[in-house]
Ligand binder design. Structure first.
Ligand SMILES: NC(=O)c1ccc[n+]([C@@H]2O[C@H](COP(=O)([O-])OP(=O)(O)OC[C@H]3O[C@@H](n4cnc5c(N)ncnc54)[C@H](OP(=O)(O)O)[C@@H]3O)[C@@H](O)[C@H]2O)c1
Length: 315
């Protein structure tokens, strides 16, 4: 799919003339302004960034940047280098910047707090600083793991209270990003779906290629189908939303049941193994489920597990 496909659905008033699409005919002939497509820069083209780039490219002009990119459509940029970041954003001048960069394993964050802070907080700080300068809307991807998981069904008004390294880095980054005008913070539950880059089903940071060790089988989650995230973000952009939004699947499940069912569609149930957790560095939040009534109130829903499984069976 062409990454710079034009589409005239999401439009902004530009200061200069640019690509004219079919909709231009609706603009009065003498108007000095015509519609143009919003430009989005996505940082971190991993599991989620790849999906965002593919989907949003149908609707917006999209540029991507990642640390180890080997893709000609994705610029190779280390976001810890603020000068390189600034140069890139000054050239591209996006209207919106989406930050998906992270050390997304909370175990690795606990093992290497310095790297955790560098990737989860410092890069967000760098991006936010430049967004302020170029007047771009920043969208920061956060996690349900900012909550300690004692009560579950967390809504956007609940105060994040988790104290592990991953959570603390995300909470600090959220606070900083929310100081920017019009910024969006998107908290998500564990992601699952098909990763085109690796050609396999992925859940969180795991695939079924190797064993998935489950130390706490009874924890509760409402995992979200990854294909939903770009659609929700597109709706939030089009509705000019700002602030915090939670995105999760519609059903809360026991982690072990969720994993086994997901694994069953590729006959990999044997890859999901319950292990002794006595030497685990961290206890995961028991119930990190997110309340999604705020997005629902905007008419946005997320895909049921059953429908997602049917889609995934086709891969
Ligand atoms: N996966 C989940 O279940 C889940 C759940 C809740 C929240 N989240 C959040 O969602 C976001 C995306 O997660 P994901 O699963 O897509 O993670 P991912 O696959 O690990 O992607 C992270 C991306 O960050 C990039 N990156 C790392 N260091 C960088 C740097 N210094 N400069 C530029 N790019 C850098 C990596 O680039 P390279 O690939 O080029 O090295 C990678 O593409 C993260 O913020 C994560 O915390 C994820």
């Amino acid at each position: 799919m062409a990454l710079h496909q034009t589409l005239a659905q999401t439009l902004s008033w530009p200061s200069s003339y640019a690509t004219c699409t079919a909709r231009c005919s609706k603009v009065p002939a003498r108007t000095p302004k015509i519609w143009t497509i919003m430009k989005i820069a996505i940082f971190g083209i991993g599991f989620l960034g790849g999906k965002l780039m593919k989907y949003l490219s149908n609707e917006f002009e999209v540029v991507g940047a990642s640390k180890n990119s080997h893709d000609s459509f994705v610029k190779q940029i280390d976001a810890t280098d603020i000068n390189r970041l600034e140069e890139f954003l000054n050239i591209e001048k996006p209207d919106i910047v989406i930050d998906t960069i992270a050390l997304s394993s909370y175990f690795l964050c606990e093992k290497d707090p310095k790297l955790c802070k560098t990737l989860n907080y410092d890069t967000a700080k760098n991006i936010a600083k430049i967004c302020r300068k170029i007047n771009a809307k920043m969208i920061f991807i956060s996690s349900s793991y900012v909550f300690n998981g004692k009560i579950g069904n967390y809504s956007e008004t609940d105060i994040p209270d988790s104290t592990n390294k991953y959570a603390r880095s995300k909470i600090r980054a959220e606070k900083l990003v929310l100081k920017l005008k019009d910024a969006l913070v998107i908290r998500i539950e564990p992601l699952y779906g098909y990763d085109e880059k690796d050609n396999q089903i992925k859940v969180g940071t795991n695939t079924f290629e190797s064993d998935i060790a489950v130390g706490y089988p009874d924890i509760l989650r409402n995992p979200v189908y990854i294909n939903d995230i770009p659609k929700v973000i597109k709706s939030l952009i089009e509705n000019n939303q700002s602030g915090i939004f939670h995105i999760a699947g519609p059903r809360k499940m026991k982690w072990i049941d969720f994993l086994k069912t997901l694994a069953s569609i590729i006959h990999a149930e044997n890859k999901v193994t319950i292990v002794d957790n006595s030497n685990w560095l961290l206890k995961p939040p028991h119930d990190s489920s997110l309340n999604i009534s705020k997005i629902n109130s905007l008419g946005i829903t997320t895909t049921s597990f059953e429908i997602a499984l049917n889609e995934l069976r086709r891969f």
